[in-house]
Design a protein around this ligand. Structure first.
Ligand SMILES: C[S@@+](CC[C@H](N)C(=O)[O-])C[C@H]1O[C@@H](n2cnc3c(N)ncnc32)[C@H](O)[C@@H]1O
Length: 255
């Protein structure tokens, strides 16, 4: 059976693409915050690996700031869009894009000052595979560099758990239904998209997003087990202090 990520990001990539495009404008500030967070610990990356780069939201921004970025993703449609965006911004000298799987990072050549994985792109697989993905990312971080993860914080999400929501995303209504399984700590979200038309809304398609949620202490322990010596936790890329109700979690892990 195909993994849900193949369905959601490759075969039926249009539903989530709407979300990605909707977040393009946020990427410049997110990138500035990311670089400031690293700068606070004396890290000024010259090279970066964007693991699960999507349509290149952050890769384009880092390229624009003269950082050599390699973006990898499993989705051909998103990589095609990322290539268009790289060309439009004129950052082709700094940004390279490659179809590659985050499960294949280990045992390859190439280390980077910064390895990053943003917007809940971690936790897609079973426990062992998620650990292997983390170990692969660890291998690709150069000495003196860092891994940055930005994802959902399980504790914050459960504190305000909403089984249903109807957010507006780029001229569409998205009807979300969410289930959480405490035995596996997995959250499955079904998103049905209704695109705005002249007279109302038309059903456009749907996707299922099935992710393992991590509590901060648990993810920090996994990072240490992967080999990182120092792990710092925040509530956002802006370095906001992590609190019980924080809905986002940022990990900065240094080898
Ligand atoms: C939530 S999006 C985040 C994209 C990007 N990091 C951003 O912030 O815009 C998740 C991305 O992970 C990619 N992805 C899913 N599984 C992957 C895998 N095994 N290897 C590489 N990329 C993967 C998807 O194609 C999608 O682009």
């Amino acid at each position: 059976m195909a993994h849900w990520t193949d369905e959601a990001f490759r075969e039926n990539s249009g539903v989530f693409r709407r979300h990605l495009e909707d977040r393009v404008d946020a990427a410049a500030e997110e990138t500035d915050d990311l670089l400031a967070l690293l700068g606070d610990r004396g890290i000024e990356p010259a090279s970066a690996l964007d693991v699960a780069c999507g349509i290149g939201r952050h890769a384009v921004e880092l390229g624009d700031r003269d950082i050599a970025v390699r973006g990898i993703d499993i989705s051909e449609p998103y990589l095609d869009r990322a290539r268009e965006r790289v060309a439009d911004r004129g950052v082709g000298d700094a940004v390279t894009l490659e179809r590659a799987d985050m499960r294949d990072l280990a045992g390859r050549d190439g280390e980077y000052d910064l390895v990053y994985n943003l917007w809940t792109s971690f936790g897609y697989y079973d426990e062992e595979t998620n650990r292997a993905v983390l170990a692969g990312m660890y291998e690709r971080v150069a000495d003196g560099g860092a891994l940055v993860l930005e994802l959902v914080n399980r504790e914050g999400v459960l504190a305000e758990f909403r089984p249903a929501a109807v957010p507006e995303v780029a001229d569409a209504l998205v009807v979300e239904s969410v289930e959480y399984d405490p035995e596996t700590a997995r959250m499955e979200t079904t998103r049905r998209v209704f695109a705005e038309t002249d007279g109302g809304y038309d059903y456009e398609g749907e996707m299922v997003y099935d992710v393992r949620l991590y509590a901060p202490a648990e993810l920090a322990a996994l990072c240490r087990r992967a080999g990182f010596e120092s792990v710092s936790l925040y509530a956002g890329l802006g370095g906001e202090p992590l609190e019980r109700e924080s809905t986002r979690l940022v990990v900065v892990a240094e080898p």
